[in-house]
Design a protein around this ligand. Structure first.
Ligand code: NAI
Length: 318
């Protein structure tokens, strides 16, 4: 296969001073992209500031690539996009990767722990994407990555703030993918698990050694390549492995035996096992499919009831 390259493309990678973002920046630059290496350079809890993006820019330049450092917080994402425009005249790729952790069990969580985590992950991705989207729309081209987490998808003890923000990014990507569709703007989400300062005290030491962030970089790079047609995809990746994450909905059930019955708390209890039964669960892709699927199921319910001689139409009744 021909090498997938990014010549002429400009990429912004937020939080690229270390960890995963650094690997994304290095890989994209090695394939011809001009890269804005953004990093506020704070501690893992978001406190402080430094210029550690400089080392990544130096490494890229030493290898013959093109990069510029940016030290703004993603909360002021428009400034990061301005760095791309001022230095390279355009932007094609945005990887929202910056992140912090302020883990506490729920009752120990302060408003600041909640707000800061949401500011960096959710508002930061919003501000940076908002500024980039205007350029993407004008040029009819853009590639956006959000960074979620299994903590958001499955929940994780001590991470209510982080889990809420991380799943929020999935909803953000789904909705934005719809708005970007007609402008050739693809919006996808990576769910990484990798060794970094965020996970050094979470992952067991032998796993930490194996989970190199550079194993995830090719997955993200592929998803921001111009040949990548996918959008609204959520991809879990670690250890050189990748899989798609997708919400599914159980077949479910009408909460009564026949259309003329009432739905009561007791009937809900009676039918609950069927609500919970994931056999034959549906993989729905669009909100319109969700509504259509429900209408079809209610119609089936009514048709069945008519066959059974119940003339009291579900539709007339509600
Ligand atoms: P990391 O701590 O090495 O990288 C995050 C970078 O974001 C840091 O360099 C930090 O200085 C920067 N940053 C923090 N706040 C910023 C702000 N306001 N503006 C600009 N930059 C800022 O950690 P890692 O693991 O590489 O994390 C990258 C992303 O991946 C994060 O969004 C994280 O939540 C996510 N993630 C990582 C997982 C892992 O296993 N390492 C698991 C799930 C998600």
């Amino acid at each position: 296969m021909d090498q997938l390259r990014f010549d002429g493309r400009v990429a912004v990678v937020t939080g690229a001073g270390g960890g995963l973002g650094k690997e994304y920046a290095l890989l994209l630059a090695s394939r011809g992209a001009k890269v804005v290496v953004n990093d506020l350079g704070g501690a893992r809890d978001g406190v402080g500031q430094s210029n550690f993006a400089d080392a990544v820019v130096k490494e890229i330049k030493d290898k013959g690539g093109v990069a510029v450092a940016d030290y703004n917080s993603v909360v002021e994402g428009e400034k990061i996009i301005k760095t791309a425009i001022d230095n390279f005249g355009r932007i094609d790729i945005l990887i929202n990767n910056a992140g912090i952790l302020r883990d506490r069990s729920f009752l120990k969580l302060s408003d600041q722990d909640w707000d800061l985590v949401h500011a960096v992950h959710l508002k930061g991705a919003y501000k940076t994407t908002h500024a980039a989207f205007a350029h993407f729309k004008k040029q009819n081209y853009g590639r956006i990555i959000m960074t979620s987490s299994n903590a958001g998808i499955f929940g994780n003890f001590g991470q209510t703030n982080y889990s809420a923000a991380k799943l929020g990014l999935v909803g953000f990507s789904y909705a934005l993918a719809l708005e970007g569709a007609k402008y050739n703007i693809k919006v996808n989400t990576i769910v990484p698990t990798a060794a970094s300062r965020l996970t050094e005290d979470i992952l067991p030491p032998d796993m930490f050694e194996a989970m190199k962030p550079n194993l995830i970089a090719p997955v993200v790079a592929y998803m921001v390549h111009e040949s990548f047609e996918g959008t609204a995809q959520v991809i879990d990746s670690t250890l050189g492995y990748a899989s798609k994450v997708h919400f599914v909905r159980s077949v479910g059930t009408a909460l009564k035996k026949k259309p003329s019955d009432q739905v009561t708390i007791e009937s809900v209890k009676e039918f609950w096992p069927k609500v919970m039964d994931m056999n034959g669960a549906k993989h729905l892709d669009k909100i319109a499919e969700v509504t259509l699927d429900l209408v079809e199921r209610l119609q089936e319910f009514e048709d069945r009831a008519k066959l059974d001689g119940d003339k009291n139409s579900y539709w007339k009744k509600y």
